[in-house]
Design a protein around this ligand. Sequence first.
Ligand code: PMP
Length: 410
Amino acid sequence: MPGGDTRTVTSFSPHPLYVAEASGCRLVDVDGNVYLDLLGNYTSMIHGHAHPEIVAAITAQAARGTGYAAGTEHAVELAELMVDRVPGLDAIRFCNSGTEATLNAIRAARAATGRPGIVKFEGGYHGSHDTVEISVAPPLAAAGGADAPVAVPEEPGIPGSVIDEVSVAPFNDLGATERVVRSARPAAVIVEPLLGATGTIPPLPGFLAGIRSLCDEVGAVLIFDEVISLRLAVGGAEEWSGVRPDLATYGKIIGGGLPVGAFGGRADIMGMYAPPDPVLVQSGTFNANPLTMAAGAAAMRLLDAPAIHRLERMGARFAEGLAKAAVDAGIGAVVTGMGSLWTLHFTPADVVDYRTRAGADPALQRLFHLALLTEGVFSAPRGMFALSTVMTNDDIEEALDGIGRALASM
Ligand code: PMP
């Protein structure tokens, strides 16, 4: 593994962690240090680690085999759990990552419209395939005007022909988005209802509804990337924003901690996959593998409305304490997020999009992450925190104490 790493986001200097085991919201590294886990594998572990019901589901299925090249009852169960939760989800298909989910949803939108173009938002993260590894965290010098962002590939290796098909709009700026979408007339507009990797930034009132109307106006498919935002309501963003997309993509929590992705939505679009004569194919040796389906079904059963409301209450206390800790330490910072997902940005300015987030101080961000590790708190280097249902109020207070000490030491 080059540099000892096989997942870019998990490596940080000077010494990335290697974890030996985890249970509930505690991680133990290979040196025996214990951490309060406020990252949960980047929001996937919404029920903490090794949750007994999920372990039981995985164990029972493992003893019956882990893959058959055939349908299983577990896949039917998870599909039913999902379409029951999300009213606009007429049909769903499974894959193994959020990356595959957005790849397939975008392809379905292109097939449905016969158009090649895609509009995505600056700072939006949708996985690691070529079409979406564009303008995720572009250098501002190369990114063009704030209301007319340029499509900037994240790395070399993405063909110019792919970049040419992607138009980039500024999140939370409906006027600029209108100009971009009207001129691009794309197959799809893909949006994270809550801008995740850029800092759990909520949409401003009317922004998602505005994108919905625009898509209707130009005949584009609206794709909600719910890989992170599903956890914020039983029905995901469709419920908490009141806006129904044409397609949505899922991942992380719906696999109960195992590798997963899914996409689905309107019956007419998803019907293109239906046997016996599918227009679209979506193969994958491990699609809907029974271990993931069993774990995912257990996880989604556990994530009912009371569990989400409890997370929201703990989240409100956490967000309030996080903001206060920065004030107490005399550090200019703002908190953004919703429900159980929060980010501390080291900037005094309002954070509403990629550009305002890019004004945050990267040196303080890095110091904060390392100081938190010293305090026994595991978080995302980018300043994101994700709560889990196994946490207690005491865990939240313990986290806030650690955060307070970390900020004071800075
Ligand atoms: N979409 C969003 C919104 C994500 O946050 C992520 C992962 N962080 C992905 C897609 C890609 O998911 P995966 O890592 O499973 O490929």
